[in-house]
Design a binder for this molecule. Structure first.
Ligand code: S3P
Length: 451
């Protein structure tokens, strides 16, 4: 069991790069494995979650080459592949020999379910203790309507036994919850169906799947709240560039935002408008920040974010904004605790079914830091502005909880200890190394995974 120890930082300024985007890396690995030839992926996030997807695609017949290693499959636990070549199967996946272990990754399990629902074979998807209690009914329902048969526990949780149907049918499906994972599962199943599959969203969720399908020359149609895909299109092999993950940048942005006088630039980070809500929230809290879009290479806008610390003000976060900041809410709650006044998070009941119950975990940990916080079924109210007291807190095995409270520790009196911190490798393998540099203000031009 590892732990992160952190204490107050003096100057949170400099330049930083973050590793590749998790959502985009998952999709790159899956679509490349379906494409009609070899695809090079640069900037792939070598985190546990994305490696689960990569191993799954290998188990389904795609060959993977690790371009930043000399050997074929590097036999080294510390090896972090960021540049890979996936040899696509031309939509001809093979039956896996054993159950596919999705680890902690909801994205792997839900998106893959969409692909497997249309295969001429049966697959079993398993996960770790956290994933094994997460709701899968939300993908089972539409995929069964399309003609697959999926067995889960009576509560609708993993393991999933997916009996694929190669004659899967197209569907028009209004999503009961705003979920990019469910939307993507249905669109990926729709790729194998005759006719047009349409997904109707209650509010806009991240559109990486649609953008990457476009990149692979699969046409999707998007109009107000609905995304359609015509089935039986061929994915043309592409090279994919994965920008830095704004959800990882969020930790440093909040760290710098909460310190008057700090100046931080995050380089080469994804600035997709369905993901950059954190910047709008920090601006509402009073921060001075600028986004500079460098390029829209490979279908995803990316560039630099420059932020200046300030005296943060409380903010209300709810409604249609929630899907755009869903993964950043734990660290935004920490920002709320460091802000003057009250911060309210509402309409975010989805947080209760993430890697852990993030509402309970955030509220409990904030209280340990001496913060006055009231939990609601769909969010919380945080009375900010008092000095944080360093504390020993649990990660609850949830990477974003571990990292959010390490950031709280940078602004707290005394020492903060994050227990069971190994989970940060789920999305951010070199987080602790960057945290140390940050804390000792040696982050000037610190390059993501390159050092
Ligand atoms: C993700 C979508 C979100 C997010 C998760 C990654 C994705 O989940 O919380 O970390 O890559 O599609 P939901 O779509 O279920 O809200």
């Amino acid at each position: 069991m590892s732990e992160i120890r952190v204490s107050r930082a003096t100057l949170l300024s400099g330049k930083i790069s973050v590793p590749g985007d998790k959502s985009i890396s998952h999709r790159a690995a899956m679509l490349a494995a379906l494409a009609d030839g070899p695809c090079e992926i640069t900037g792939f996030l070598p985190s546990e979650d994305c490696l689960s997807t990569l191993r799954a695609m290998e188990a389904l017949g795609a060959r993977v080459e690790y371009l930043d290693a000399d050997s074929e499959i590097p036999d080294d636990d510390d090896f972090l592949p960021t540049q890979i070549r996936i040899h696509g199967t031309g939509m001809e996946l093979s039956a896996p020999e054993t159950a596919i272990d999705c680890g902690n990754s909801g994205t792997t399990m839900r998106l893959l379910s969409g692909i497997l629902a249309a295969q001429p074979f049966t697959s079993v998807l398993t996960g770790d203790a956290s994933l094994s209690v997460r709701p899968m009914g939300r993908v089972i329902e539409p995929l069964e309507k399309m003609g697959a048969s999926i067995e889960a526990s009576p509560e609708g949780t993993p393991p999933l036994t997916i009996r694929g149907n190669p004659d899967i049918e197209s569907i028009s499906y209004p999503l009961p919850v705003a979920s990019a994972q469910v939307k993507s599962a249905v669109l990926l199943a729709g790729l194998f169906a005759e006719g047009t599959t349409t997904v109707i969203e209650p509010s806009t969720t991240r559109d990486h799947t649609e953008r990457m399908l476009d990149l692979f020359r699969v046409k999707t149609e998007r109009e107000a709240g609905a995304i359609s895909i015509q089935g039986k299109q061929i994915l043309r092999a592409q090279s994919v560039f994965v920008p830095g993950d704004i959800s990882s940048a969020a930790f440093w942005l909040v760290a710098a935002a909460a310190q008057s006088g700090s100046k931080l630039t995050v380089h080469g980070v994804g600035l997709n408008p369905t993901r950059n809500g954190i910047l709008k929230v920090l601006a509402m809290m009073g921060c001075d920040l600028t986004e500079t879009i460098q390029s829209l290479d490979h279908g995803e806008p990316f560039g630099d974010i420059a932020i200046k610390g300030c005296a943060l003000q409380g903010v209300e976060i709810g409604g249609d904004m929630i899907a755009n900041v869903i993964d950043e809410l734990p660290v935004l709650a920490v920002a709320g605790a460091l802000a003057q006044g009250t911060t309210v998070i509402r309409d975010a009941a989805e947080l209760r079914v993430k890697e852990t119950d993030r509402i309970a975990a955030v509220a409990g940990n904030l209280r340990a830091f001496g913060v006055d916080v009231k939990e609601a079924p769909d969010g919380m109210t945080i009375h900010g502005g008092s000095r944080l007291k360093g504390a020993t807190v649990e990660s609850f095995g949830d990477h974003r909880i571990a990292m959010a409270f390490a950031i709280a520790g940078l602004h707290a009196d005394g020492e903060t200890v994050i227990k069971n911190s190994e989970c940060v490798a789920t999305s951010y393998p070199n987080f602790e190394m960057q945290l140390k540099k940050f804390q000792s203000h040696h982050i000037h031009d610190y390059q993501g995974l390159a050092e």
